[in-house]
Design a protein around this ligand. Structure first.
Ligand code: FAD
Length: 461
């Protein structure tokens, strides 16, 4: 079931016949509830040709390091088996997307793409389309409601978009079975991902030039892993999510964000599992649907989301920053002291360590983490840039609309004014006493101390 609002035709090709359809899989690295894959199969079956699903493992993806590549590569062998089951040929190539896609579409009748977010990747998509001669489409499959159909402009806050999203939820949150390819291409002439290639070997051979960021060893990429995690979350934490999810000491959230970021699971699959559990789940759906799709709205409509703090904030917040920019900071830390978790604040240090060691950080701690970086950095702009740098480097779910929206939220985006205080003005403030009063912070610190994973950054700082 592919709603027409998800389908965007980017180019009418100079020819419409060919030997196959190509789906360039980028942001939706899954088979289940993948509208781009289903659309590509539908086209192939209509034209009575086969389907090649191409993944291009580029030598340098914006802001990616070996931690991100590892997570993605771990998902490939499951993906391969599922695609083969549907009769699609899986072609994994190392190189530049423009060259690989141009080659694989040479005799193709259509190119299908999924919905990468962000300016750099949008630009790459246009460049790739410029090099192909067949029809080209992109399909929105990583959101429940297609972004522009949900809301026609940048939403001021969650309240502005919530009703519009909820009205459209039932029309778009429709799980479906993917039909197989009627005419599979024989498995002969394309490079196929080999399961016997160890992830480390691939990293060394193709990404030796990148910054090495190991771990987290316990989090493994892939659609199968996402489904295991989803099942465990629904069975264990969904019922108590409303009361427990904000408490960093309880570790009671789904941890699905990295899988959502790589498109290894669809929000529709998650919503379906949550609905089937038949327990109160409003608080979870607010995060998964309203907050997440608000972030997509932000990044789609505001091109400055990671470039210019003063171009993304509401007027009231800009005014506050302008009048408090020169306020004295009680503590100022250098970027390297911050990165290596060397501040006076044990809660904040634990949050930074959680991020470095595990590639994840609890939501409450992400808010606190951001607020303190604002407080301890000489300028707001420097704080904004540092937060984006650290967030995208260490988090497995980094480089995501949710991250850019979360960071802007720390400066007042999508929020409202509170009472005035130094440095923040009327922008919401958080302090360690509040964390201690409301949550089990000692358990949080203990859990972070027990984490394995990368800590070179922490010890070298
Ligand atoms: C400073 C800051 C930085 C952040 N950076 C990122 C980031 O890089 N990537 C990222 O995915 N999220 C980011 N978030 C949002 C949020 O913290 C994470 O999505 C959440 O903690 C992921 O954990 P979970 O999957 O266990 O979430 P759960 O609580 O289980 O929620 C389920 C899903 O809902 C969505 N969600 C949850 N909370 C939010 C939120 N506040 N805003 C938007 N969507 C939400 C996520 O997709 C999440 O996986 C950031 C928030 C802040 C304040």
């Amino acid at each position: 079931m592919i709603q027409p609002e998800r389908i965007h035709k980017m180019k009418t090709g100079t020819r419409n016949s060919g030997t196959h359809v190509v789906y360039w899989m980028q942001a939706a690295q899954r088979v289940e509830n993948n509208h781009a894959l289903a659309f590509a199969i539908e086209l192939a079956n209509q034209k009575q040709v086969g389907l090649i699903v191409a993944m291009v493992l580029m030598p340098a993806y914006p802001s990616a390091n070996t931690r991100h590549y590892r997570f993605m590569i771990e998902g490939l062998s499951y993906l391969k088996s599922q695609l083969q089951g549907l009769g699609a040929l899986f072609h994994v190539a190392y190189g530049e997307a423009t060259d690989v896609v141009a080659t694989v579409t040479e005799d193709a009748c259509a190119l299908v793409m999924d919905d990468v977010m962000g300016a750099e990747l949008g630009h790459l998509k246009k460049e790739v389309v410029g090099h192909v001669t067949c029809d080209a489409y992109y399909i929105e499959t990583n959101v429940i409601v297609p972004v522009k159909h949900a809301y026609l402009k940048e939403a001021y806050a969650a309240y502005a978009i919530r009703n519009a999203l909820n009205r459209k939820l039932d029309a778009f949150a429709i799980p479906f079975q993917t039909t197989p390819v009627a005419r599979p291409i024989p498995n002969t002439h394309h490079e196929i991902f080999r399961e016997d290639w160890a992830v480390n070997e691939i990293l060394k051979t193709h990404y030796g030039h990148l910054e090495i960021l190991n771990g987290p060893v316990t989090v493994i990429g892939g659609e199968d892993q996402a489904n295991i995690l989803l099942k465990a979350f629904v069975e264990t934490h969904l019922t108590s999510y409303g009361e427990a999810s904000n408490n960093p000491g309880l570790d009671a959230t789904s941890k699905l964000s990295a899988y959502l970021h790589f498109g290894m699971i669809s929000p529709i699959t998650i919503l379906e599992a949550v609905r089937k559990a038949n327990v109160p789940s409003g608080a979870f759906v607010e995060q998964l649907f309203v907050r997440r799709e608000l972030a997509y709205n932000y990044v789609r409509y505001n091109p400055n989301y990671k470039k210019d703090l003063f171009q993304v904030l509401p007027d009231w917040a800009i005014q506050q920053l302008k009048s408090h920019g020169k306020d004295v900071r009680p503590y100022v830390y250098s970027p390297s002291e911050i990165e290596s978790a060397q501040t006076h604040d044990p809660y904040w240090n634990a949050a930074q360590k959680e991020m470095v060691k595990s590639g994840f950080m609890h939501n409450t701690m992400r808010m606190y983490w951001g607020k303190k970086i604002i407080e301890w950095t000489p300028s707001y702009e420097a704080a904004f840039d540092l937060m984006i740098y650290l967030n995208d480097k260490y988090l497995l779910d980094g480089r995501d609309p949710n991250g850019y929206a979360g960071i802007a939220w720390c400066f007042g985006k999508h929020d409202r004014p509170f009472s005035e205080r130094p440095i923040f003005g009327k922008i919401r403030y958080m302090n360690d006493k509040g964390l201690k009063r409301k949550y089990d912070m000692e358990s949080y610190i203990k859990r972070v101390e027990a984490l394995g994973g990368q800590d070179d950054t922490l010890s070298s700082g």
